[in-house]
Design a protein around this ligand. Structure first.
Ligand SMILES: [Fe+2]
Length: 206
């Protein structure tokens, strides 16, 4: 699924989870998914639909709403809910049951060109996740022809600064608190080792 396929005209719909709510156990519990997808992600979509009703954004795709409101102080609430709706759909796709391991040859070569080794790339993801103060996201992105790890605060997305997201890890507390309490590093390392969906990242390269 490429980035530009995550779109839906108003009303924006909550896309189905791409797996069962217990598919990511034991790294992420069905209980966490129940709240994270069922309450948080759904909440962003519901809020967004209320906020855009009757406005110029009502019939736009999610991506158009995000780019149309980014950086505009009077549109912060719409941006935040639209970006969070998009980010979560992208996050669910960035994980899979029995993920982790090694990417396929094409992505692995690209990772080695940009980071030296896959291990360095994984360490940068984990380090960025810990360095993000408060809520936010860690991303593997394509910036020009180079892969990079970047972090964004709150609802911010890499697309608004010209970078193409390949995969993301949610580091808001709601992503891990029920399973890991305050141990963000344990959550992030387990996600990278056991759930990360390298083939989704590779699809997004194209
Ligand atoms: Fe989240």
């Amino acid at each position: 699924m490429s980035n530009d396929k995550i779109k839906s005209l108003s009303p924006i719909v909550l896309p189905p989870l791409p797996y069962a709510d217990n598919a990511l156990e034991p790294v992420i519990s069905a209980n966490t998914i129940g709240f994270h997808y069922g309450k948080h992600h759904r909440g962003y979509v519901d809020n967004l639909n209320k906020l855009v009703a009757g406005t110029e954004f009502a019939d736009m795709t999610l991506e158009k709403i995000i780019t149309g409101t980014a950086g505009k102080a009077d549109k912060t609430a719409i941006f935040n809910n639209a970006a969070q709706a998009w980010n979560h759909t992208f996050y669910w796709r960035s994980l899979k049951s029995k993920g982790g391991g090694e990417p396929s040859v094409v992505l692995k070569k690209k990772i080695e060109t940009s980071f030296g080794t896959l291990d360095v790339c994984k360490k940068e993801l984990a380090t960025a996740a810990m360095a993000q103060f408060g809520s936010g996201w860690v991303w593997l992105v394509l910036d020009g022809n180079k892969l990079k790890v970047v972090k964004t605060g709150n609802a911010e997305v890499p697309m608004t600064t010209g970078m193409k997201p390949l995969l993301t890890i949610d580091v808001w507390e709601h992503a891990y608190y029920l399973d890991y309490q305050n141990r963000r590093a344990d959550y992030v390392n387990a996600v990278i080792d056991k759930l990360i969906n390298w083939s989704f990242a590779e699809e997004n390269l194209g």
